[in-house]
Ligand binder design. Sequence first.
Ligand code: SAM
Length: 273
Amino acid sequence: MNYRHAFHAGNFADLVKHAALTQILAQLMAQPGPLSVIDTHAGRGLYDLAGPEARKSGEAQAGIVRLMAATDAPAEFGTLTAAVMTLNSGGAVRRYPGSPWLIAQALRAGDSYLACELRPEEHAALRDLMKPKRGVRTLCADGYDAAVAQAPAVGQVLVLIDPPFEQADDYRRIVETLASVRRRNRDAVALVWLPLKDLETFDAFLRDLEDEVRAPALVAETRMRPLSDPLKMNGCALVLPGAPDEMVAPLRAICGWTARTLGEGGEARVYTV
Ligand code: SAM
């Protein structure tokens, strides 16, 4: 495991994922009953953009720093930008929230959040950050296994799956995890983040998902440039099995602004499979 999210925190893909996460949380929390959230690949929860990793990659400068300076960003980024303002006391953007920080902030009394992180030093930072938060548990464990073992059989569930895609079997494990969770709880909703390199890999994933998970899924592609070089990360995709149709408009707004404003000849596509 070489992946360190500190190099990528606050990049365009984090903006898309985290804005969509705040939107789906708000929509599910508007439904009656408590919400259970499982984050299979949680990371450390909070990132220092002045640290050597972020400075070396420059990805946050091209992402969250531009979003914070934008005057035309859609309202769907509002919860994320408010979180960034709070973390930085309204000053220069130095701290950026990960999914655990955003989820923990949104939790209401009665909701619960399980955050899984396999890397011990990342998990230690996550555990310390989450200690004061009510309703939160962290696990230093494989997040796919934990989601399958711990997803509640009844009630509202949101599973966030955001792997580093270092392992060849990540695509397969996502499909297997979602199939198991949805067999247990028909109402479970998921938000999956994937890189967009070549369309062949992505289309194969969508076909497996249709065959094995058998739930309608919203798909939101943020293409930052034409997909002509399959070795490059040309964009990212979010796949949301079980998500309400009310997510279509927010996904269009989030992915469209990101592709148009931060991309180079980029475009967004939102559709259902
Ligand atoms: N979801 C986080 C966020 O939005 O802030 C970012 C997560 S980062 C893309 C992926 C994380 O998954 C890394 O911190 C990595 O150490 C961790 N990881 C890798 N394999 C894992 C596994 N099988 N189970 C749990 N965590 C894993």
